[in-house]
Design a protein around this ligand. Sequence first.
Ligand code: ADP
Ligand code: MG
Length: 243
Amino acid sequence: MATKKKKKSTAGENEIITLTNVCKAYSTGAPALKDVNLRINRGEFVFIVGDSGSGKSTLIKLLLRELTITSGYINVMEYDLSKIKHRKIPKFRRNLGVVFQDFRLLKDRNVYENVAFAQRVIQKSNKEIKRNVPSILAVVGLAGKYKAKPRQLSGGEQQRVALARALVNQPTVLLADEPTGNLDPTNSWEIMKLLEQINQNGTTVIVVTHNREIVNAMRKRVVTLKKGVIISDEEEGGYIDED
Ligand code: ADP
Ligand code: MG
């Protein structure tokens, strides 16, 4: 039975991510996130910045429902993530694309197969796969490299494969945790421009980054975490210089 409620003209109907008083504590150490309140609307582009250990990856893992919150409320794409049933998690994740710093490609598969894999998981037909994979590879500028194995590609190219894999199922939300962390400045800019283009086509994009030059230049919403607390949240913000 489908139990997903259709919200109609309620306040915040455009909201796609809601965190209210979210705390996340691991079994050891101080809480990784403390009383986090965050609202993100459909179609936004948001940078998450902050020092190492400030809770950025924890936040991304909560949004993916890879981790559960310790207290508070979290809703992503109309799923209440503290109540979601385990059997519903795969369906929830179908609408999320994820990209990591270390690419996480299948090393023994070529570019085409790495991207096709994401479609096979959700049981797309071969006919659809043959149509969708080349078209998304063209979007990330890798149409000519579909036969290459990851080790034959540069870091920037590997991240573009990972991006294609994240996008091929047309996610509603794209989460990227330090996607340019292993890239040189030129490739970092190319990846960020692709993320911006994806956002302009309607996908909600959330990017964790340390790249202050890019954050300052792109004039997007910037949420800054410090020791598990949101210390600033600014439209067209910049990287906060501290100390
Ligand atoms: P960031 O991504 O901003 O560097 P993290 O979210 O990875 O920060 O970590 C936030 C805090 O939570 C850090 O103090 C880190 O040591 C701690 N932490 C992260 N993962 C775990 C874990 N699996 N077990 C215990 N503590 C963790
Ligand atoms: Mg991290």
